[in-house]
Design a protein around this ligand. Structure first.
Ligand SMILES: *Cc1c(COP(=O)(O)O)cnc(C)c1O
Length: 227
């Protein structure tokens, strides 16, 4: 538990350093604390230290924590794959969903978003390295899916998300993220108003920030190894 405080301070320092290195405002990079398979008490502790955005991958697990933490003003991000039979619960309970890669799922989320809530913030997941093991669409399919999502009233397209394959050097990491940044820029040129690059984890955060990441997703480096 004491480590969470130390770890959060360390991550904030790393974000500040990476932002300074490329002349960016550190406040332009949101830290998403990935709390999957960690207890609600860890989330509460991080919250007390000022952390507000938390990411979860498994619906049932997240719902249980949401109940335990209902007294807190948390922004919940769903960062796992979304099956059709989970869309209603996700649309009702979350503020963000990062892994949209099918129009069918997007339509269901839009239809099922409660009318009294702001549209659900979503990102399109891009499979930048064409890996069979990963979800997401190819880069060249982004404009069409983005245009379709843009029409849906219950969700708001905020941007793009990716998990690149591991790379050896900072320069190679940057090349992967630069592709996503370029795709976001062309969406904006296309008239789709979006502002989010959900990219960068512990190993490649520096490169992601150099290429314009606005949201880094960090789990282990905050909460420790998952068992
Ligand atoms: C688990 C997960 C993370 C965090 O991973 P760590 O290696 O624990 O930092 C980030 N993004 C996604 C999509 C994840 O599933």
């Amino acid at each position: 538990m004491q480590n969470i405080e130390k770890n959060l301070n360390q991550i904030h320092a790393l974000i500040a350093q990476a932002a300074a290195a490329c002349g960016r405002d550190p406040d332009s990079v949101l830290l998403l604390a990935v709390s999957k398979r960690k207890p609600a008490s860890d989330i509460r502790h991080a919250y007390e230290l000022g952390q507000r955005h938390f990411g979860e991958n498994y619906l049932q697990e997240a719902q249980q924590k949401m109940q335990e933490l209902a007294d807190l003003d948390i922004y919940w991000h769903f960062i796992g794959a979304i099956q059709s039979n989970k869309t209603r619960n996700i649309a009702e309970a979350f503020d963000w969903a990062h892994c949209i890669d099918r129009i069918k799922i997007a339509r269901r989320l839009s239809e099922q978003r409660p009318a009294d809530r702001q549209p659900l913030n979503v990102c399109i997941q891009v499979n930048i390295d064409h890996e069979d093991s990963k979800a997401g669409i190819e880069l060249d399919a982004v404009p069409e899916l983005a245009a379709a999502i843009h029409e849906l009233p219950g969700i708001r397209l905020r941007g793009l998300m990716t998990i690149p394959a591991p790379r050896e050097t900072l320069a190679e990491q940057r090349l992967a993220f630069a592709q996503l940044a370029k795709a976001l820029a062309s969406l904006r040129q296309q008239g789709i108003d979006c502002d989010t690059l959900s990219m960068g984890m512990t190993q490649d955060m520096e490169a992601a920030i150099a290429e314009g990441s606005t949201l880094v997703r960090i789990g282990t480096a905050i909460f420790g190894e998952r068992t």
